[in-house]
Design a protein around this ligand. Structure first.
Ligand code: HEM
Length: 396
């Protein structure tokens, strides 16, 4: 659209995005063009916290049903691929259906099981030697936790990992054809699991979803697959990158690890700062349903609007002059690492529990962390990924 293109937004595109250090770009966007038009493929980039909150809390004006990722612009669906692609009232009904096991009080009951999984992995870490903390800790831990919750008892974790990787939007290691093939494979597997639970229900999440009723009818197969695939995928890559990103942050900011170790308090406040700091989900998109104004900028009906959660999490207007600093004692900490409003992350309590448990175990065993080799970040514009992080964890 003539006159409103902002060249800065080109840096947000696949290939040009400075994934390892996007912060200067975000700072310039917030200061110079907080609601900026990106000509190709055509979307508004929203970088300030205030505007992100406006979009996230107004699904009637900024809907999710026309896609939540830039790569979906122009795509239409016969049925929503995930709950994230729905709007009220459909979203409200779906969300109510799957919310109970993810409520904080229910998740807290998983503490012992989650701690046992983490304990095994932490005990197996080679201390004092270079280790890839992505492979040895950050990848297997969330996979184990979600498969326990779903009730996948004897599942092959390598297979689960491959599936979860292939289904991540824009995954680099799979061609679109391979991703489609894996999608069919995982759908068949999960539907078989659902069919078994209908015959012989258990206490697990697959049983709950397989037997769930909505408006007096049982969920159909497409809906069951939609929920199960999203639950399998949503919490893996995100929680993984929170864990690996946090450990890299502690290696680069040893004084923060020292503070965590010396503190007599719980690690909950530190987890919030690590969520803000790593912002594992960079952005999600909405589409304007009507002409509106956002941050003083006119938006037309049909325009895609990209909420840059990662940028909002460094907004000086919210976090003050220390917004660009890692401070594990920051409190209050109103970040949007889990989104905000209607689609606020369903798995937030579970992700917080996982991060807390890992930090509690590590702070007892590790005196300090050191970068001892490659730190490889993924170039994704959606997920702030760390695909390899060679650290040395020094025993306490
Ligand atoms: C550190 C870990 C995590 C981060 C940073 C994260 C981030 C997010 C964000 C930003 C959203 C908002 C989507 C939007 O705005 O459209 C979201 C939604 C969602 N997350 Fe998470 N997530 C994490 C872990 C998990 C886990 C462990 C699960 C489940 C096992 C999960 C399941 C979901 C689901 C189902 C939604 C969609 C909610 C809805 O549409 O109402 N997430 N997450």
């Amino acid at each position: 659209m003539p006159g409103r293109h902002e060249p800065l937004t080109e840096g947000l595109l696949e290939g040009a995005f400075p994934a390892a250090n996007p912060w200067p770009l975000y700072a310039r966007l917030r200061a110079e063009a907080p609601v900026a038009w990106c000509e190709e493929p055509g979307f508004w980039a929203v970088s300030r916290m205030e505007d992100v909150l406006t979009v996230a809390t107004d699904p009637a004006t900024f809907c999710s049903s026309q896609g939540v990722l830039v790569m979906e612009i122009g795509t239409t669906y016969d049925s929503p691929p995930t709950m994230m692609h729905t709007d009220p009232p459909e979203h409200t009904a779906y969300r109510a259906l799957v919310s109970p096991p993810f409520r904080k009080r229910v998740v807290e009951q998983m503490d012992a099981a989650v701690r046992a999984r983490a304990g095994e992995l932490v005990a197996a870490l080679a201390l004092g030697e270079p280790v890839d903390v992505v492979e040895s800790l950050a990848v297997p831990f969330p996979l184990q936790v979600i498969s326990d919750l779903l009730g996948l008892v004897d599942v092959d974790l390598d297979r689960l990992y491959r599936w979860s990787e292939a289904l991540i939007p824009g995954s680099e290691d799979f061609t679109p054809d391979q991703a489609l093939e894996v999608s069919a494979e995982v759908t068949a597997y999960l539907m078989d699991q659902a069919a078994r639970r209908r015959r012989d229900p258990g206490e697990d999440l697959i049983s709950m979803i397989a037997l769930a009723a909505l408006d007096g009818r049982r969920l159909d197969d497409v809906e069951v697959a939609m929920f199960l695939i999203q639950l399998l995928v949503a919490g893996n890559e995100t929680t993984r990158n929170l864990i690996s990103g946090s450990l890299v942050a502690f290696a680069r900011h040893p004084e923060q690890w020292e503070r965590l170790r010396k503190s007599k308090d719980g690690v909950g406040i530190a987890v919030e700062e690590l969520l803000r700091w790593t912002s594992p989900v960079i952005s999600f998109m909405r589409t304007a349903t009507r002409d509106t104004v956002l941050g003083g900028q006119a938006i037309s009906a049909g325009d895609p609007v990209l909420m840059l959660y990662a940028s909002a999490n460094r907004d000086e207007a919210t976090f003050g002059p220390s917004a660009a600093q890692l401070d594990i004692t920051r409190d209050p900490n109103h970040h949007v690492a889990f989104g905000f409003g209607t689609h606020f992350c369903l798995g937030a309590a579970l992700a917080r529990l996982e991060a807390r448990v890992i930090l509690e175990l590590l702070r007892r065993r590790i005196s300090h962390l050191e970068v001892a080799g490659e730190i490889v970040t993924s170039p994704s514009t959606v997920i702030a990924g760390v695909s390899r992080a060679i650290l040395r964890l020094h025993p306490a």
